[in-house]
Design a protein around this ligand. Sequence first.
Ligand SMILES: Cc1cc2nc3c(=O)[nH]c(=O)nc-3n(C[C@H](O)[C@H](O)[C@H](O)COP(=O)(O)O)c2cc1C
Length: 335
Amino acid sequence: MSGYSWSLAFVFMKNDFIKIDRSIAIAPMIDWTHRHFRYFMRLISQHVLLYTEMITTSALLRGDSSRLLDFSEIEHPLALQLGGSDPKALAACAKLGEKWRYDEINFNLGCPSERVKAGCFGAVLMQQPDQVADCLKAMQDSVDLPVTLKMRLGLGYEFDQTFLYEFIEKMQQTGCRVFIVHARNAVLKNFSTKDNRHLVPLRHDIVYQLVKDFPDLTFILNGGIHTIEEASVSLEKVSGVMIGRAAYKNPYEWTKIDSVFFHSEKEIPTRKGIALKYFDYVKMMAEKNIPMSILLKPFIGLYYQQPLGRHWRTCLMKSQDIKEKIKELENLMLI
Ligand SMILES: Cc1cc2nc3c(=O)[nH]c(=O)nc-3n(C[C@H](O)[C@H](O)[C@H](O)COP(=O)(O)O)c2cc1C
């Protein structure tokens, strides 16, 4: 589909010549998009832009930065998502991200969870645009990487266009050029994170309008995209789309990304081919004492809606010795 070449968004920051193709990204998801899932997704697509789970400034500055930041080389292009509200701490963490050779720093303003709300960051911070701007500036001043924003359309159940447009204008003034918009409001009172994903209406149309009204900015659409076809339709109107839950639930769907959006002529990998490569990785990581429950989690959806699917999942869930488990899964694939 050569028609997509126009939709590639290239970002030029400071004096650096940084090019990231943002046509398709896999969303940051806590407990899901850890480095092992990202490795697995890289076997699915060589080009999709990957994001870490949100890492908070307090975890990073007080914790074991290697454990939180290390990744495999094949994960590039890879963005580090930060959560926090203190400009100095965010700047220090962005610097760490640059030192670790991430390709982008992303600031999370989308998360509505209680824990995040209590820490006064994530979506609740959208109530304080001046502070968000200070945070963005501090990060931009500390690194030569693109600093991007992941945000909601607004706060509360009602959509407020004036708020959204003023918010984006303010962030644009800081030099921020890339806005990943989860196309629904965040409702912080009486709504759980699950309610926020299911009960708050999706408004892709508002993001499409933003593209027209802010032609100098890059908008990445996020929320409710389930298939390659849906992504293709959206890519006619925005520079990029970000896929969240659908990448986890049915990862094999996204093996077409490279040929459809990146003109790759390589053969689409088979489920079995992906599984065998990931087994090698699992064996290597298991030797470093990474728990099997974490290593095998990315695998769960590989045979989604396939005859093997139920056996596959059951076998993954059963706790057993790694060697036995891999043998059992390999045998299953021969059926
Ligand atoms: C389990 C889970 C964890 C998430 N963690 C994060 C996170 O760390 N940072 C973030 O910006 N959004 C997070 N999100 C929101 C997703 O990035 C995405 O915006 C949301 O799921 C909507 O996209 P989707 O409809 O394609 O799933 C999370 C979502 C889920 C389901």
